[in-house]
Design a protein around this ligand. Sequence first.
Ligand SMILES: Nc1nc2c(c(=O)[nH]1)N[C@H]1C(S)=C(S)[C@@H](COP(=O)(O)OP(=O)(O)OC[C@H]3O[C@@H](n4cnc5c(=O)[nH]c(N)nc54)[C@H](O)[C@@H]3O)O[C@H]1N2
Ligand SMILES: Nc1nc2c(c(=O)[nH]1)N[C@H]1C(S)=C(S)[C@@H](COP(=O)(O)OP(=O)(O)OC[C@H]3O[C@@H](n4cnc5c(=O)[nH]c(N)nc54)[C@H](O)[C@@H]3O)O[C@H]1N2
Ligand code: SF4
Ligand SMILES: [Mo]
Length: 728
Amino acid sequence: MNQHIPDPRAADPRAADPRAADPRVADPRVADPRAATRTGYSACPHDCPSTCALEIEVADGRIGRVRGSRANSFTAGVICAKVARYAERANHPDRLTRPLRRVGPKGEGAFAPISWDEALDEIAHRFREAERAHGPETVWPYYYAGTMGLVMRDGINRLTHAKGYSRFFSSICVNPAWSGFLAGTGRLAGPDPREMAKSDFVVIWGTNPVSTQINVMTHAIRARKERGAKIAVVDVYRSPTMEQADIPVLIRPGTDGALACAIMHVLFRDGLADRSYLAEFADDPAGLESHLQDRTPGWAAAITGLPEPEIEAFAQLIGRTPRTFIRAGYGFTRSRNGAVAMHAVSCIPTVTGAWKHEGGGVFHSNSAIYRWNKRMVEGRDIKVTSRELDQSRIGDILTGDPEALLGGPPVTAMLIQNTNPVTIAPDQSKVMAGFAREDLFVAVHEQFMTETARMADIVLPATMFTEHDDLYQGGGNQYVILGPKLVEPPGECRSNHEVIGALAQRLGAAHEGFDMSPREHIDWMLQATGRGTVDELEEKRFLDVQPDFETSHYLKGFAWPDGRFRLKPDWAKVPFAAPGRFGPHEQMPEWPDHWAVIEEPTADYPFRLVTSPARSFLNSSFTETPGSVARERRPELLIHPADAAELGIADGDLLRVTSPRGEVRLHARLFDGLRRGVVVAESIWPNRSHKGGRGINSLTGADPVAPVGGAALHDNHVSIARVAEPAE
Ligand SMILES: Nc1nc2c(c(=O)[nH]1)N[C@H]1C(S)=C(S)[C@@H](COP(=O)(O)OP(=O)(O)OC[C@H]3O[C@@H](n4cnc5c(=O)[nH]c(N)nc54)[C@H](O)[C@@H]3O)O[C@H]1N2
Ligand SMILES: Nc1nc2c(c(=O)[nH]1)N[C@H]1C(S)=C(S)[C@@H](COP(=O)(O)OP(=O)(O)OC[C@H]3O[C@@H](n4cnc5c(=O)[nH]c(N)nc54)[C@H](O)[C@@H]3O)O[C@H]1N2
Ligand code: SF4
Ligand SMILES: [Mo]
């Protein structure tokens, strides 16, 4: 094994300076801090489908203004406000800069600085002890997409594989959406997302791009300006995106399947279905048509709350506009029937034949086009048989649920990178109880003292994206982008890659990937995937890897052996890598439908709660930056004025919101852009920002969504009561 943390400069002839052997000493590739302002090129590392190409001012060894690249045709010079003011986050006085050891009771927040060697030695020692007592599966490395860099995010799996620790089944975000899309097309890709600008009708379905992926709006608005295209937005509240819509389509949460069915009913009924396209490209159009006979607009109006004439008009516009481009997001799939809903929406252009046209079809994600070879970064060549524990069920797992533990040993040691489960994971009461366990050792590698870091035994300071080399892919576009190191990290921050390498060395984990620098990993992955070298990418900054038109539009057939779109999906065979099938998957409907497994209102819990994302936060990130906190103000619940009146609630009142899983306090904001009985909390605030210290995920459930897991974060029935404001 290597004796040092792999040094990114070792193989670089420009790194002749002997100081370069010490990774803490200035990197010669990084600009001389005394030099005047220069521009560095990078990618936004955050968990956002836009993956913007960035131009970053660097002066005095620090980053300044961040701008969207004009040369990148998807970013097109536009980025969100929170990343434009990234200097506020990168140069934040509260950044973690030294390793820390807990010195008080768990969770109280008393820590003392220690050296890196002490910190790493202690983690290795505790992992070994845990392994001696319970076997390697007692250690659970846990991560997510706080950085989307392929080296920094995925490298932790190499350690997991090399040591036979419990594997991580990632489920919290994409599983319902991806499995639903794959059920029809067989492939997670679609029309070039820039084609939206060439469409005549843009349907933004269950996503809020004004807040969550601003570039979608750039291309949608281009279609409106240049072609007079109309924009429809399907959501459960008048979101910032719906504010900009020509056609607002306001439905009840978890009813998108019903809306999609009624649209297709109208298409068949009024001769707007493309029967010759269906005959060539679909499995059983006659079966679908007869199934939809009684899925009328009237039927859907009762389920969705959308008046029948609005359903008719929406369907007519879709049916009469060949270039209808549906941009399907994640939001509408975060329900117990979310996969069924996504599949139903993806059937619409199959019925109209819109897939054939430039500016037509459904786009959800381009993940399938990248085909990275991850052998080196993840150690995929290591044969692993250890159990795969479900990310979303961390509460059940840490509180010892035998089923969630898959019959194996308890989890007694964790390393956590790039995620903040104490705030963002569902069923928070269990998550908190789990992290409070005295027999659980936790090391958290973070940029800030998050609520998860606060529960740790050891806290390690992490670099930010401008402080390390990494490679990015656009989920909502088609670019591969290099994000090179631009500045030195503050204090003693180290990258994820350095930490994984240092632990591997101490734990005796062997793999070639531990001996490579991040830049070598990038180069290897690019070459192994036939995309040139890292030097070439550095020169070009990004690569456009959109497949050709025929492939993107499935003109040569869908990704099934017979080339036919599955209107009648086989849910057991959806090609999604998962350790099993989850949720009530045997009961999934045969055809697109309204699958009535959502948490319907009851006498005890008469409201439906959705936890949509906040514009100025990104998940739990940016809750530490003053600019974002000032814009979001405080945790609030949007409630219809008529519902509020019935409950005797006035604007600004403190509320207690209760679900079968827990309760949370936030302030009322009267808002008429909702259906009666639906409430929205734009999340995710730190738990401590709520009076009482419990966060929004105290209300959400971790029961898996069929067929491949994930959390139904927007599918909660709740009760609401006004409570007295506690004295400050
Ligand atoms: N109620 C509710 N809950 C939700 C959601 C919702 O809509 N409603 N959304 C869900 C979804 S879709 C997701 S994806 C999850 C995401 O939830 P999280 O995984 O918590 O997401 P982030 O805030 O993106 O990133 C987490 C942390 O990564 C850290 N980080 C960033 N870069 C690095 C790095 O290079 N190294 C290290 N060590 N750390 C780094 C950041 O400081 C941040 O604290 O939340 C889920 N939870
Ligand atoms: N500013 C900001 N940007 C973000 C994030 C953030 O937290 N803040 N999170 C990032 C992450 S990790 C992800 S995965 C993406 C997610 O981005 P999106 O695809 O936009 O998904 P969601 O954020 O879950 O919710 C989007 C919209 O879906 C609506 N919605 C909820 N339930 C339903 C429903 O049943 N039907 C319909 N039609 N609509 C519904 C919500 O009200 C919300 O307006 O955004 C990323 N970008
Ligand atoms: S829109 Fe998304 S990818 Fe672009 S800068 Fe903002 S957070 Fe990053
Ligand atoms: Mo996500």
